[in-house]
Ligand binder design. Sequence first.
Ligand SMILES: Nc1ncnc2c1ncn2[C@@H]1O[C@H](COP(=O)(O)OP(=O)(O)OP(=O)(O)O)[C@@H](O)[C@H]1O
Length: 704
Amino acid sequence: MTVPVPAPDLATPTTTDPGGDPDPTAGPDLAADLAGERAHLTASRAALRRMREHAEALFRAGQEVAGDAYTAETLGSTLSRRVAELADDPNTPLFFGRLDFADGDYHIGRRHVSDEVGEPMVLDWRAPISRSFYRASARDPQGVRTRRRFGFQTGELTSFEDEHLDRGEEYGTTSRILTAEIERPRVGPMRDIVATIQPEQDELVRADLADSICVQGAPGTGKTAVGLHRAAYLLYLHRERLRRSGVLVVGPNRAFLSYISAVLPALGEVEVTQSTVEDLVTSATYRPDGTATGTALVVRGTDPPETSVMKHDPRMADVLRRGLEGLIREPEDPIMVSDGSYRWRITAEALRRVVAEARREELPYGTGRERVRTRVVGLLQRQAEARRGDSPGDTWLRRMGRSAPVTGFLDRCWPAVTPAGLLHRLLSDPRVLAEAADGLLTDAEQAVLVWPKPPRTPKAAKWSAADAVLVDEAAGLIERLPSFGHVVVDEAQDLSPMQCRAIARRSEHGSLTLLGDLAQGTAPWAATDWRESLRHLGKPDASVVPLTMGFRVPAVVVAFANRLLPALAVDVPPAESLRRDGALDVRTVADLTVATVAEVRAALAYDGSVAVIAADNDVDPLRAALAEAGVPTATADQVDAGTRVSVVPATLVKGLEYDHVIVAEPARIVAAEPRGLHRLYVVLTRAVSRLAVLHTAPLPAPLG
Ligand SMILES: Nc1ncnc2c1ncn2[C@@H]1O[C@H](COP(=O)(O)OP(=O)(O)OP(=O)(O)O)[C@@H](O)[C@H]1O
């Protein structure tokens, strides 16, 4: 049975079956039921407030009683995090569902709430019992008699819907609560989906921490939602371990990150690192413990397209490795070290053995250099012991290690180098590059890499974004990076092999959730086969799981966008849509600007967000035309600005969604870049309710 959402009259709710037929027998009992649930909500809110006040009191007391600054800091950050986790969002109820078992019932919500004696009032959605809320079915009730879902408006319960699983009753995707959630107008940043996670999504969300998975999903199938909820789930289950190592979410750009940034805090998870790949490798991103994630490099330059493609090629990893190995030289001379009245001598042969042994160990280059230093000092120590009859102490060992002959030998045979220094060497001198790239890159390929006017020093270089990834690769060859415990990568189809390797270095000892859609690949190096990306990511055995049920784009719009699929040269299952509502309007217009302004005005008559999406070069004129017409507009990353209309360049819209999308001149979007049809596919699949396609030029062939 279902109480309609929103309930038209809260005092006397009517029940309907999912098809909408009223059940005349059910009225007063249901009103009492709803009143009982509301009372439980009020009591739960009070209990959460108490929990929060308790945490705040501990926080204040902790500041006063902590014995030293370190304890105060650790205790303080633990407790302030706890206070943040216990925040109550007045716009959503504390629970969204209830499970009735033979021996009692449980309310399921965003976080755990218990009463004064510790009895649970609301169970966290990630708790083991809560699993049945998402997975139980009429065929496999898992002990659940009744599953109840609640409808709500701004924090108040307005209705509920019961499935008597023990009587074989189940709504699946016809649930009215689910339908209402999917069809609600979108405003502001992305929201969590805890109340309506679908069984196939839940399987991915609750996959083991040890499992790396790759989700191939058509637009709007909930990939981003699944990835974020998996992060929250893993943090709940492995709190201490992941708090130490950290959880990282990687997204395509800052606009996307600001769109998704509210989801995890709403689920009580405030310590997840969110970053673009570029910020990750240039150290604009920090781990929860405050350490930078990459080498500090300022990106000030750009590359011609062919240079950029070359720099993202996986063969560059070998070029860098060989460039580094090329710095190591065979020792040719012995060294003599003065030590007071003694002089120690190490033969060239002994030095050669030390270097050869360190090379065989395949350590990171910087560690290898220190290993060689330690072994040379060891040889000196043995001589000293034999001659002096005692064992020299640590100060002596350090002094020998820093002595001019030892340092001089190291600088000749295993010289120190910075990551940027290595790349600077390779890109500045065609002969150095040729030595490292011999047999790997053709002469022509090498030629596009070398700087026409080499900067004098690494500091003076105008590094490009692609250089930053190469410098990061070099950093990984020189020193090992700490690994995150779990990494979620969204829009992963656009990662180059070298970017995949940058992420692999940060997830070497952790697991990965890779999310993407090969059909939405717009980068020149976009993936065409997930196996290859997974190989570069260091997780070749991860399973690739499809998601095909779309929750965003209405069926009529999906059918239109799917016409592009055959032209995209990728093997992906086509999207289906849960949404039967929605509208598509494809129109030839005489004046694009006039028509766009008129369409925006018409869209404002509906609820929800409106986006005009156009080729990047057309954005400013359209924005100006709307401003002139008195329509204020926001940019893609101003998700909280409260402005309903955004004008968004086609290249920035990936991962975002708007109720009403107006696509201005698709042919220009396609013409703007080599993978323009893929870009258009992304653009056409942003609409939640209505899509208007306005064009003066003919539509691109597959749509015409
Ligand atoms: N189980 C669900 N219940 C309610 N809404 C859902 C569910 N799954 C996904 N959605 C909603 O569908 C929309 C699309 O989800 P999401 O952005 O995660 O899809 P995606 O697969 O990442 O899309 P894209 O390929 O365009 O990046 C979002 O508004 C999301 O909240």
